[in-house]
Design a protein around this ligand. Structure first.
Ligand code: 13P
Ligand code: SF4
Length: 376
């Protein structure tokens, strides 16, 4: 493969104007055609979204990676755990067989695009927690459920222990799946998604102790609390969504009569409980699209998505739920410069930033991801 312009080391791309970067990205897209699939999460900035082939929430993007047929490489405009998931699904054994062993490289344009929530649950901490739990409860009656916002090593742990991955769009179905198998669940790493979902299913708050991996023992709970638990919540959160506060909801309700509050379930319970509607980024978009002209919204999710909805729906009145800027700094690391750099290297046959999950981790993660794709 070749492009008109030979790829450079990264730094010079920073100095190129956006128009030139766009033209260079487009040149690679034209040259590679359907062999290249650029996926973009809804939190990406507009200029990246405009150049993506497909956009979606975490569940939809996983499905896209799992069902890709023509493509021979994926460039993932999102964060690290999403690229890992795409690698596992696009290169699962049946797909490799159908391509005579050919792997699809999955590229993350900037390796610094991580997720602070995923980083809050290191595999060593999880294994240690499980060992400690085994001393006070029957772990064969405990199903681990991990939010997709987690490292592949945690997904593999969950797969090995009979558990399931979920996204914000199927968390309830995943918990139902888990409760059909065991009487107790452990939910990683987002305590808010776990708590909001389980409360909606009637699990009382007292039956949901939070496991703090930094507590000296038993995650900061007593043995009695763990024995009485139904859902053990890992002490993780999204730094973006925890910025939304109940007082923001109160201010909007007071100043904008009739306004509807629409939030992502990664928001804390005090905000989630006050909202009129909630859901994944995909559901937030659909909800606004389906609303009649004149609807007023205060939306609690990442800033780029809310601003884009505001531009796309001038017939509605859309506000960002917090007075403080809440953007996902790591999603924002994916910019045109990194996209052009990674695409030109891909086209030149010198791919950079390829995310490759080792075989054993991929195999066990796949077990848990396949369960996720089956429940809705
Ligand atoms: P969804 O797109 O699945 O709603 O996830 C939001 C998010 O925080 C991704 O990291
Ligand atoms: Fe992670 Fe929160 Fe950013 Fe999503 S918005 S990628 S959960 S830090």
């Amino acid at each position: 493969m070749s492009t008109a312009v030979a790829p450079l080391e990264f730094p010079p791309y920073r100095t190129l104007a956006n128009d030139e970067l766009r033209a260079r990205i487009q040149a690679v897209r034209d040259e590679m055609g359907s062999r290249l699939l650029i996926l973009g999460h809804h939190y990406q900035q507009d200029e990246v979204i405009e150049l993506a082939d497909l956009t979606g929430d975490s569940y939809q993007l996983s499905q896209m990676a799992a069902s890709s047929v023509d493509c021979r490489c994926i460039v993932f405009c999102g964060v690290h755990f999403m690229a890992e998931t795409a690698d596992i699904l696009a290169n699962r054994p049946e797909k490799l067989t159908s391509r005579a062993g050919e792997r699809i490289p999955v590229v993350l344009p900037d390796m610094a695009a991580g997720c602070s929530m995923a980083d809050m649950a290191a595999i060593g901490q999880i294994e240690d927690a499980w060992e400690q739990l085994a001393e006070v409860i029957d772990v064969s009656d405990l199903t681990p459920v991990t939010y997709i916002n987690s490292a592949a090593s945690l997904k593999a742990f969950v797969g090995r222990h009979g558990g399931i991955v979920c996204t914000s769009s199927n968390a309830r179905a995943a918990l139902e799946w888990a409760f059909a198998r065991t009487s107790r669940v452990m939910f990683f790493p987002d305590q808010h998604l776990g708590r909001n979902t389980a409360l909606g299913m009637g699990v009382p708050l007292e039956a949901m102790p939070v496991w703090d991996p930094y507590a000296p023992e038993l995650g900061g709970s007593t043995a009695e609390q763990l024995v009485a638990s139904r859902v053990i919540l890992w002490k993780g959160h999204c730094s973006v969504h925890q910025m939304f506060r109940p007082e923001h909801v109160a201010q909007f309700r007071a100043n904008h009569p009739g306004i509807k509050i629409l939030v992502h379930p990664e928001c804390p319970r005090e905000v989630f409980d006050l909202a009129d509607e909630s859901g994944s980024t995909g559901k937030i978009i659909k909800t606004v699209e389906a609303a009649p002209a004149g609807t007023k919204w205060a939306i609690g999710t990442e800033l780029h998505l809310v601003n884009r909805l505001k531009q796309q729906h001038p017939e509605q009145e859309i506000h960002f739920l917090s007075p403080v800027v809440c953007m996902c700094a790591t999603m924002y690391r994916i910019d045109l410069a990194h996209l052009a750099w990674s695409l030109e290297n891909l086209a030149a046959g010198t791919p950079v930033n390829v995310i490759r999950v080792d075989e054993e981790t991929a195999q066990w993660s796949l077990t848990a991801l396949e369960r996720m794709l089956e429940v809705r």
